[in-house]
Design a protein around this ligand. Structure first.
Ligand SMILES: *Cc1c(COP(=O)(O)O)cnc(C)c1O
Length: 264
């Protein structure tokens, strides 16, 4: 039996395994250019707005790190999916932090969760109190607004060392590195080249922390549009949504928020 002819317009999107191969190849190419081992770059699949089935498919395809950016959505999905290393990549309101710290699987084991966007003393205080109460150590990254973009979260470059020092002094907080989202690419500019100096700045900040706080190793930087620049500048984690899972499910909201509600 001959298969029915398929018109180009009806072509389904490439399956996840193909998209994953493309992303891994992009990471490999950029690593080669920088003389890095691609195994040093952890791929975090950002699944915000996508259904639980997408998360299960990602895990089955070998994406073992999953990222979400909204507390309620994350908690719901984390309860439905097992075997992931989790990344909370969104802005975290202090009053919601209690929903994340000490989160456990039904069998009582602790969720493996890294919180990427810690950017202020009050949030560190809150996380410390919650983690102490739960008798856990919460792993965090300090988010840095390297481009001084008023629409973005993150501390200023001048606050990095004081915040790292403060977090490093809290017994129930483990600060493992830095994270950034570069400013929006100017109209007509190449996103990779536009992001490059911002990623270089994050790396320099990390390098400056290293002698005093060797645990501050991770560089969470690079998304669909600019991951090459991030990998070339030393990213140890890239956070990729669209290139893996396609367009997000929620419509653009008025007021400039982008699909999925990332922090811009
Ligand atoms: C949504 C999001 C991503 C993924 O963005 P893509 O451009 O779809 O790859 C990465 N990081 C953060 C913090 C996000 O909110």
């Amino acid at each position: 039996m001959t298969p029915p002819a398929i018109s180009p317009a009806a072509d389904p999107p490439p399956p996840l395994v193909e998209r994953l191969a493309v992303v891994r190849d992009r990471i490999a190419q950029a690593s080669a250019k920088a003389g890095r081992d691609p195994a040093e770059v952890r791929l975090v699949g950002v699944t915000k707005t996508h259904p639980v089935a997408t998360l299960s498919a990602a895990l089955a395809a070998g994406i073992s790190d999953l990222g979400e950016n909204r507390v309620e959505e994350f908690v719901r999905k984390a309860a439905a999916v097992s075997g992931a290393r989790w990344h909370f990549v969104g802005q975290l309101q202090s009053r919601k932090a209690n929903q994340l710290v000490g989160l456990r699987h039904p069998d009582g084991t602790l969720l493996d969760l890294l919180i990427h966007a810690v950017d202020r003393i009050s949030l560190i205080d809150r996380l410390q109190r919650l983690a102490a109460r739960e008798d856990v150590v919460q792993r965090v990254l300090i988010e840095v607004n390297v481009g001084d973009d008023p629409r973005k979260g993150g501390c200023s470059v001048h606050e990095v060392e004081p915040l790292v020092a403060y977090a490093a002094d809290r017994p129930n907080i483990a600060v493992q590195g830095l994270m950034t989202i570069p400013p929006r690419t100017p109209e007509g500019a190449d996103p990779v080249e536009a992001a490059r100096p911002h990623f270089a700045r994050l790396r320099a900040l990390r390098d400056r922390c290293q002698p005093q706080w060797p645990a501050v190793r991770e560089l969470s930087m690079g998304m669909t549009a600019d991951l090459e620049a991030a990998v070339e500048q030393g990213a140890t984690m890239v956070r990729v949504g669209t290139a893996l899972f396609g367009p997000r499910r929620t419509p653009r909201r008025p007021g400039g928020a982008t699909p999925g509600g990332e922090t811009l």
